[in-house]
Design a binder for this molecule. Structure first.
Ligand code: NAP
Length: 308
């Protein structure tokens, strides 16, 4: 691993993702680092002076390695993934390519320049029978998205690279690129003013992207490798989460009604008692994760400042 602390160079893949958006903002503000941002799109927006931007096809290993060799970052962060759980069930080839093959390429590039590689994973690698889960609980995915993400974790373990796996769940945060998340979905529904239903038997810890980004900064600072759970303070189901969102945004919460997963019938099965225990991250990285009310309140302020 590169041990030069004076000026780090961090390369991020999947720059338009919700998580990357917060990571870029926090690293620019709080880490003495220069950034190399990689996206499949050519419409990166915002205050990005002094940042190297590349548009690549994420699966083009040759192009990706050329950029890594040219820029020589000491840290590589992969935020790219196919995150639509139902779409992964339908397009298995696409899901494998985005969530596993891309990670193999990411790690190969990292290895070629001796970089610290940071990769994101999920609580959906577990079956949801007895969450929330700690880092070394046994994985048993029940849907294709979870299988691809577990396969990618295994690729990280066998890569021989200094690698950090950051597992997270029920992520919400500001997205300049209008990437939807549960909070935005609920707000849109409440805006319509009609009753709607939310499952009350899928549990997790809603996690604010700004907290994830702060943890990434600390992981880089402390050069931590291994698995870390990054998850919000509160363990709740989606119905309870939706009610709290309505409260923060001053909507009529009686529009929200509960439904079971069986009644809803999503294309892909979901782990019910999922979620992650964040004790290792809280103690080792010395950080506190937001509860729902404080995280969503900060997001509300961000939406007022930066737009929905
Ligand atoms: N969202 C959640 O609730 C959640 C929960 C647990 C774990 N995670 C993990 O956290 C990481 C970031 O998630 P996120 O929600 O921030 O992501 P996101 O907003 O859905 O964005 C994912 C990004 O991945 C790239 N991408 C999308 N489809 C792709 C494909 N088929 N092939 C290659 N790249 C593709 C795109 O980057 P560009 O547009 O820049 O090319 C896209 O912006 C992922 O690893 C995800 O599995 C997320």
């Amino acid at each position: 691993m590169n041990t030069d602390d004076t000026k780090k160079k961090v390369m991020i893949i999947g720059t338009r993702s919700k998580v990357a958006e917060a990571v870029v903002r926090i690293l620019r503000a709080e880490l003495n680092a220069s950034l190399v941002l990689i996206s499949s799109a050519d419409n990166l927006v915002g205050d990005i002076d002094g940042v190297a931007l590349y548009t690549v096809k994420h699966h083009d290993y040759k192009q990706f390695k050329e950029i890594a060799m040219k820029e020589l970052p000491s840290v590589l962060i992969n935020c790219a993934a196919m995150t639509d759980v139902d779409a992964c069930e339908i397009d298995k080839e696409g899901a494998w390519s985005a969530n596993v093959t891309l990670v193999e390429n990411f790690l190969r590039a990292g290895k070629s320049i001796d970089a610290h590689c940071i990769h994101f994973s999920t609580d959906y690698i577990f079956d949801g029978k007895n969450g929330p889960y700690i880092e070394n609980d046994t994985a048993n995915p029940i849907n294709y998205y979870g299988r691809t993400k577990l396969a990618a974790e295994n690729v990280c373990h066998s890569s021989g690279v200094d690698c950090t796996i950051l597992r997270t769940n029920v992520v919400y945060g500001h997205s300049t690129y209008r990437h939807t998340d549960f909070v935005h979905w609920v707000i849109n529904k409440l805006d319509m003013g009609k009753p709607f239903k939310v499952v009350d038997d899928q549990y997790g810890n809603p996690t604010f992207t700004d907290d994830i980004a702060l943890a990434v900064k600390k992981i880089i600072d402390k050069k931590r490798v291994g698995i870390y759970n990054l998850s919000g303070k509160e363990y709740c189901n989606r119905f309870e989460f939706a009610k709290m969102i309505a409260k923060v945004f001053s909507y009529d919460s009686t529009l929200i009604n509960s439904i079971t997963s069986e009644e809803l019938g999503q294309k892909s099965p979901r782990p019910k008692r999922a979620g992650l225990v964040n004790l290792k991250a809280e103690t080792d990285l010395q950080m506190k994760f937001s509860d729902v009310i404080s995280g969503v309140t900060t997001l509300r302020h961000q939406m007022q400042m930066w737009g929905k």
